[in-house]
Design a protein around this ligand. Structure first.
Ligand code: CUA
Length: 340
């Protein structure tokens, strides 16, 4: 009795409530963004179903084991002895795990086969994502073979499965959009694929899920599912070369962009098409984020990133342009913002 009283001191109550609150808070913190608990397509749903089944099963087994443990501790010796019967050990310790784990394996393998089945040789199979340290190249190949490149944003039509081929030329990355599907590794020398299938239009955050160096955590991207009509219009707009700036500040920015040497690494179709070692910026103004999901795409953030790339994303391939004055930075940012 004394022990029980000790267990319910205020400090102990506080500890218990913290233990209960922490997992609850972590669940609330997801709010559906980049969360596999909020599936938004059939593939993510299948993965969530496996997760909930395993969670439910594990919780039931934990409850059963704890009940048996309490029974073994607190019941009188005569009753406890029933737990050591050979039948119970054979059923509970051997037959039950063998049957349960076999069923789970069968369910997992069947679900995996469904996830791996992918429609090949349709138009959408022409999307290719290449992982770089630390950003994503996204290529769209048309039926006639023409190529269009964008970065850090994968746009797909909603309501249909879309196969995306993924590869890497440097280190292993992993492509993961929890709301839509599971992880797939980008392995140098291999071409893997993943099927993206969103039920409804929406924007889904993705993240590199394999440690790939200093800025692994800032290697995010967005998958944007849109109606087939909106997607076709977007593709057509993206295939066009960069629009010429009309605003005086953006015109100055275009000159500065060329003279500062930005075109040596960034392709802006219609301005410079050197082999781009950095993201294609032809329509950068149409994207929601810059620097692979690091910053929202605003004029201030564009200027800030050009001036302080090695502070905001140390180790990235983007050199520092701290020698550019504020007016020039603003002009370049205005120009990039106009590239819709
Ligand atoms: Cu790329 Cu982690």
């Amino acid at each position: 009795m004394q022990e029980l009283t000790r267990q319910t001191t205020p400090a102990c109550k506080k500890q218990t409530s913290v233990l209960i609150a922490m997992p609850m808070l972590s669940l609330c913190g997801c709010e559906g963004v980049q969360s596999s608990l909020h599936p938004r397509g059939p593939h993510a749903q299948a993965i969530a179903d496996i997760g909930w089944l395993m969670f439910g099963g594990a919780a039931a087994i934990l409850l059963l084991v704890m009940t048996l443990a309490l029974y073994a501790i607190y019941r009188p010796p005569a009753q406890r002895r029933t737990l050591s019967s050979h039948v119970l050990i054979a059923v509970g310790g051997l037959a039950f795990p063998v049957v349960t784990l076999s069923l789970l394996l069968g369910y997992g393998v069947t679900s995996m086969a469904k996830l791996r089945a992918h429609p090949v040789a349709q138009d959408a199979a022409s999307i290719e994502v290449v992982g770089n340290r630390w950003w994503w190249d996204v290529h769209y190949r048309d039926a006639d073979g023409s190529l269009m490149t964008t970065a850090n944003e994968v746009r797909i039509p909603a309501g249909v499965p879309v196969t995306v081929v993924v590869r890497s030329d440097d280190v292993i990355h992993s492509f993961w959009v929890p709301n839509l599907t599971g992880k797939v590794d980008l392995i140098p020398g291999r071409r893997n694929h993943v099927v993206l299938h969103a039920d409804m239009p929406g924007s889904f955050r993705g993240q590199c899920a394999e440690f790939c160096g200093a800025q692994h955590a800032r290697m995010a991207f967005h998958v944007i599912a849109e109606t087939p009509e909106a997607h076709a219009a977007w593709q057509q707009a993206q295939r066009a070369p960069a629009r010429a700036p009309t605003e005086p500040e953006a015109i100055r920015g275009r000159e500065a962009f060329i003279s500062a040497g930005c075109v040596a690494c960034h392709t802006v179709r219609g301005v410079g098409t050197a082999r781009a070692s950095g993201p294609d910026l032809t329509h950068v103004g149409s994207r929601s984020f810059i620097a692979a999901g690091t910053l929202e795409n605003t004029r201030d953030n564009l200027a800030d990133y050009i001036a302080r790339s090695q502070v905001l994303k140390p180790g990235s391939g983007m050199p520092l342009y701290s020698e550019l004055d504020e007016a020039t930075l603003d002009a370049i940012a205005a120009y990039l913002e106009s590239l819709e």
